[in-house]
Ligand binder design. Structure first.
Ligand SMILES: [Zn+2]
Length: 213
């Protein structure tokens, strides 16, 4: 669930690649070749698909497509988009699919809102700090308001962080090469966490560096 870029649709007349196809050698090869993967990627993707399908037959119908960068599980269209043949990234998006397909609209709405609030907050934090400085002259009062804003904006970021954290944790636990999977996925999580924490960080910084503003 990194980028909200659209998944490329298959060309007319060509059947879309589906998750269940990845469990076959021809499907895994098609995936790997389209995304510039290695022989090892092909083998690992096929094994990964077999493992997931053994426990979750229903995900076999999920379409697999290509996105220009990053990776995404598109909840509305029930499609996974990836930009490389990396098996850990595919596994991460498959975890989102497993968790989000069966869930209520409410959970998905919460995740969507959390993203929007985080984006708004990141834009609004600096003007808010400057505005508060003008509005509340008393330093102690102003700092207590800034701390509340930091707390509130951190809370808004939490649902997405939990979803991202759970998806990656499961991939790492299930991976035959846990260290490699961790190294592959942790930077993306840190990026989510860093992005989610921009506004809280600014509000907290507002209590510290006010004399410089
Ligand atoms: Zn994700």
């Amino acid at each position: 669930m990194e980028q909200l870029t659209p998944v490329t649709l298959p060309k007319p007349g060509k059947s879309p690649l589906r998750f269940k196809d990845l469990a076959t050698l021809s499907g895994a090869l098609r995936f790997s070749r389209a995304l510039g993967g290695t022989e090892e990627d092909t083998v690992r993707v096929q094994q990964l698909a077999k493992n997931y399908l053994a426990d979750n037959k229903s995900i076999g119908d999920i379409e697999i497509g290509r996105v220009p960068s990053g990776a995404v599980y598109d909840t509305l269209k029930d499609r996974i988009g990836v930009s490389s043949a990396d098996v850990d990234v595919l596994a991460h998006e498959t975890e989102h699919a497993l968790r989000l397909r069966g869930t209520s609209n409410l959970y998905r709405t919460v995740l969507g809102l959390s993203k929007q609030v985080v984006a708004l907050n990141n834009m609004a934090a600096v003007p808010a700090i400057l505005g508060l400085r003008a509005m509340i002259k008393n330093k102690e009062e102003r700092n207590s308001v800034l701390r509340v804003l930091a707390g509130a904006s951190a809370v808004a970021a939490v649902p997405n962080l939990v979803e991202e954290g759970m998806a990656s944790t499961r991939v790492v636990l299930n991976s035959p090469d846990k260290a490699k999977a961790f190294k592959r996925l942790f930077p993306a999580f840190a990026q989510h966490a860093g992005y989610g924490m921009v506004a809280p960080g600014l509000y907290l910084a507002g209590t510290k560096v006010e004399d410089l503003l």
